[in-house]
Write a protein that binds this ligand. Structure first.
Ligand SMILES: *[C@@H]1O[C@H](CO)[C@@H](O)[C@H](O)[C@H]1NC(C)=O
Length: 171
């Protein structure tokens, strides 16, 4: 306990005595694209059967969903394939279901933030995409999914009262 307190006070002392960095003309500016541009790759997630990797990455400068078999990822093969081809706001988020090769992703229309849920089967090409919720002015979100019932997901819709919105589509 004493050691912990000593450590905390040492950290506090070092924080308060640290001199703030001063901007000078020799300090390079961080490029705007580094702060606000697209990430190279985000939300890397493995399928429940550990066969596939999915992630979000730019396709023609817009964030889209990509997949690649895990064994090819491990061999560093450049064989990832885009699953979606959005050229608007891009794909915000996705989630693997417990069914092999089935991904649920969310996409809105022209930035309206009314998330529509889509299902895509990436088991075999051509990937087949189906819209699950496509109601105007309604946000959809995934409430729950269980490995014991892989064929079901519970979806929430704010169709009775559009004021009931969630900031996260996936739990
Ligand atoms: C996904 O596609 C594969 C190959 O076409 C098919 O065998 C499988 O039944 C599909 N899965 C679902 C849940 O539709």
């Amino acid at each position: 306990m004493l050691i912990a307190i000593a450590l905390i006070s040492a950290i506090c002392a070092s924080l308060t005595t640290a001199t703030p960095a001063t901007a000078s003309s020799s300090t390079p500016l961080i490029p705007r694209t580094k702060l606000f541009g697209n990430p190279d790759i985000i939300h890397v997630r493995m399928s429940a059967d550990a066969k596939l990797i999915a992630y979000l990455a730019p396709y023609k400068n817009v964030i889209n969903l990509w997949v690649q078999p895990l064994d090819q990822v491990l061999k560093k093969e450049q064989t990832a394939k885009p699953v979606t081809f959005d050229q608007g706001r891009g794909i915000e988020d996705f989630e693997w279901t417990y069914l092999p090769g089935i991904i649920i992703y969310v996409q809105d229309k022209d930035g309206d933030e009314n998330w529509r849920l889509w299902k895509v089967n990436v088991t075999q090409e051509p990937f087949t995409t189906t819209v699950l919720s496509d109601t105007k002015r309604v946000q959809a979100n995934i409430e729950s999914k269980k490995p014991s019932h892989p064929e079901y997901i519970v979806i929430g819709l704010n169709d009775r009262d559009e004021r009931h919105v969630k900031s996260f589509v996936f739990p």
